[in-house]
Design a binder for this molecule. Structure first.
Ligand code: UDP
Length: 308
């Protein structure tokens, strides 16, 4: 099959493309390298069936493909807030360009949505039926509302033009090939511990997330792409809730180093609790995360040890 991956030079894209290439597919990546890396592209370039195109999906493009994974958009709060207007346009104009292409070639689209569409949730755990609690005016809105609008566009292209769309809502994901300076909690804590720096906890660390290992996510995404008669949205995440302070302690234990904890201000609109209800993914995709947090963290720690 011929598959287009927008944002394929990023963390998730790299792992997804690696799997698709191993399965024998032809893969084209469009990426403007805002957060994607040349290292990832160099690695993927080792496969014969791989093609990289330096391109911003806000501008039109035309490739005849069977499937499209729409991953393009910075996903770390630090990066998506750097140029918030670009973040919104990538999710809106970029997604329209993806959907137009899908319409033209009757390609199937998997939209990478996010747990951020739930905002600072008032319902825990989050089910797909929960409509969320997003502050439209805050610094996270460019990403949250952008991704919400992208879901709307997918549903409208489905209703208006019968475009074959699928939506996954991705919860916090970690693993090898995250960037050292990504700014997200797992990479920050591991890199800080390995460099013997203080572990920076924002707020008092009582806020919660849940963390899924990258391989589990990629399995869920490809299962969803291959599923029949199921549009979603479907949550893909680890259902185990954990506080940020607990995560810090686990990483300090696993690295066996003695970093101190340093408390910093909690960013505006930082969700207090977030973890998914994954019964829909269990039922429709027969999917659930398999990799335990400690095992996944150990793999991620050894990746960063090599790099640092
Ligand atoms: N966080 C933290 N220290 C860091 C980075 C993040 O305490 O060095 C917190 C952040 O405030 C949030 C959680 O960890 O409550 C997850 O943040 P991340 O940026 O990884 O992703 P988010 O789920 O907020 O998009």
């Amino acid at each position: 099959m011929k598959i287009l991956v927008t944002g394929g030079a990023g963390f998730i894209g790299f792992h997804l493309c690696t799997k698709l290439l191993k399965q024998g597919h032809e893969v084209i990546v469009l990426d403007n390298l805002l957060t994607g890396t040349k290292d990832n592209i160099e690695e993927l370039n080792k496969h014969n069936n791989f093609k990289f195109v330096y391109h911003d999906i806000n501008k039109p493009f035309d490739y005849e493909v069977n499937q499209i994974y729409n991953l393009a958009c910075p996903a770390s709060p630090v990066y998506y807030q750097k140029d918030p207007i670009q973040t919104t346009t990538t999710n809106v104009l970029g997604t329209i360009n993806v959907l137009k292409l899908a319409k033209k070639y009757k390609a199937r689209v998997l939209q990478a949505s996010t747990s951020e569409i739930y905002g600072d949730p008032l319902e825990n755990p989050q089910k797909e039926t929960y409509t969320g609690n997003v502050n439209t005016l805050g610094p996270r809105a460019c990403y949250d509302e952008g991704k919400r609008c992208a879901e709307t566009l997918c549903m409208d292209y489905l209703r208006q033009y019968k475009v074959d769309v699928k939506i996954v809502r991705i919860f916090n994901t970690y693993g090898p090939n995250m960037y050292e300076n990504d700014g997200r909690v797992v990479s920050n804590f591991i890199v800080q511990a390995l460099k013997n720096k203080n572990i920076t906890i924002y707020g008092d660390g009582s806020q919660t997330r849940s963390f899924q290992y990258i391989d589990d996510l990629i399995n869920g995404m490809t299962l969803m792409m291959e599923s029949k008669n199921f549009v979603g949205p479907v949550n893909l995440g680890n259902p185990k809730e954990i506080s940020i302070i607990k995560l810090a302690k686990i990483i300090i234990d696993l690295t066996n180093l003695n970093s101190d904890i340093e408390y910093k201000n909690l960013p505006e609109d930082d969700p207090k609790r977030r973890f998914p209800d994954i019964s829909l993914a269990r039922k429709m995709l027969n999917w659930e995360p398999e990799i335990q947090l400690k095992d996944g963290l150990l793999k991620t720690i050894s990746y960063f040890k090599e790099r640092i």
